[in-house]
Ligand binder design. Structure first.
Ligand SMILES: [Zn+2]
Length: 258
């Protein structure tokens, strides 16, 4: 059995005391692949470090919305250089976040567009962070012709079933996080029904978004098992089927062929 955690921040300080053990526990739980995203220059370098250290870890590089207020064209060039390193499989996480108010929307949008264009230039997939910004995220992706040119993954998908159906027509991929296990998540069943496994990935977003029954504690890739189990229950299929199909989908999305 193989599980693919499509999005986990392994390089963060929350794991500094027990990273080795945590990674071992993840492998023992059946996690065979993890992609570590970047949110700024430092974490993009951290993601590459993790990919160098662990054969089963891959990296993404990029600036996520709240960090774009510090972005410059010089930093964009750095991200471009890092994107060419071995085992960097996508540009991410990039997008828009209208929940936090520290970075103006126009600044977020400018650098979202620039990083989409970078991914298109390098012919790399993108992982999208979209928090309370669904309309603008989709509009910008369409204006930049992202769906025609590269593969697009909505990380920790939080939109409606209707939006998922619209995006599926464009070829979009989706990653489901531990939020799917939360009891107050009323949209979840419709979203899980709407997305076929050949366009669905699973993720922990470690150390955040810990699934039930560990909600409130630190998350780590071994807990992707709980998200897969919940999806299996909601789709009325086996855990093994969810694990292997989402692993295949993530490998196809990220272009990993081993
Ligand atoms: Zn993330």
């Amino acid at each position: 059995m193989m599980l693919f955690d499509s999005h986990a921040h392994l390089d963060v300080e929350e794991f500094n005391d027990d990273r080795e053990e945590m990674m071992k526990a993840a492998q023992e739980a059946g996690v065979s692949y993890v992609v570590n995203p970047g949110v700024d220059l430092e974490t993009s370098l951290g993601a590459i470090e993790m990919a160098k250290k662990y054969p089963w870890v891959y990296a993404m590089v990029g600036y996520y919305p709240q960090e774009t207020r510090f972005m410059t064209y010089e930093l964009l060039e750095k991200i471009e250089e890092l994107a060419k390193e071995p085992k960097v499989v996508a540009i991410g996480e990039i997008g828009l976040d209208y929940y936090w108010e520290d970075t103006p929307h126009d600044v977020q949008q400018k650098w979202f567009r620039e990083q989409i264009r970078l991914a298109e230039k390098l012919d790399m997939p993108i992982a999208i962070h979209d928090r309370e910004a669904h309309g603008d995220v989709v509009q910008i992706l369409k204006e930049e012709k992202a769906f025609d040119r590269i593969r697009v993954l909505m990380h920790c998908y939080s939109g409606s079933a209707e939006m998922a159906k619209e995006l599926l027509k464009l070829g979009c991929y989706f990653s489901i996080s531990g939020v799917v296990t939360y009891k107050n998540n009323k949209k979840a069943q419709g979203v899980i029904d709407a997305i076929p496994l050949d366009h669905m990935c699973i993720e922990t977003d470690s150390p955040y978004l810990t699934p039930v029954p560990f909600r409130g504690k630190r998350n780590d890739p071994s807990k992707v098992v709980y998200t897969a189990r919940k999806i299996a229950e909601m789709k009325g299929i086996s855990f093994e089927e969810v694990a292997s199909a989402t692993c295949d989908t993530a490998k196809r999305f990220y272009g990993i062929d081993q």
